[in-house]
Design a protein around this ligand. Sequence first.
Ligand SMILES: Cc1cc2nc3c(=O)[nH]c(=O)nc-3n(C[C@H](O)[C@H](O)[C@H](O)COP(=O)(O)O)c2cc1C
Length: 184
Amino acid sequence: MNKIGIFFGTETGTTRLVAKKIHKILGDEIADKPVNVNRISPEDLLRYDVLILGTPSYGVAEIPGRSAGCLESNWEEFLAQLDGADLSGKRIALFGLGAQERYADRFAGSLIRLYQSLIERGAEIVGNWSTEGYVFEHSPSIVDGHFVGLVIDQRTQGMLTDQRIETWLEQVKPLLLERVAAAA
Ligand SMILES: Cc1cc2nc3c(=O)[nH]c(=O)nc-3n(C[C@H](O)[C@H](O)[C@H](O)COP(=O)(O)O)c2cc1C
């Protein structure tokens, strides 16, 4: 598939909103419309070589889904369907939602769980993001001093969201397009 696939999990719609902003900036030419993972089967995602995946944070750094108290199916239920799928050769950029004031001790904690489950299946993850500008005590989603993907806090720093998305996409877009071209 010679486009970028965008998929997200959400409970209250914020991760969908961010996914839509990302899609709007990238445009229809290079990215397909974002789709909720609770509406797809594994094949819908696996047909893309290049992906942008987003997750909210729920539970104590758990993968969002019913076990973390969500009412809607989310990444937990989708990843269970993925089973032993091989993601090697796929280049994936991640974004995660969180609330740094309220959950300062586990800010954007679910992002690391999505990251780990994709790495375990052989995916290449790109697009890490600086922790500068956020105020929190601890985040499980930091590897080598950077968040493993773009982190958005719509609750307390919503006014920074558009700029953060734009800056992140400037960084990650060339890496994603390079892989799209190689796969074409
Ligand atoms: C019950 C509950 C638990 C949450 N747990 C965390 C958490 O551990 N870490 C964090 O950064 N944000 C946490 N949040 C904040 C959400 O991740 C944040 O509001 C996010 O934008 C929700 O995305 P959604 O609207 O796509 O579901 C929690 C929110 C709720 C209601």
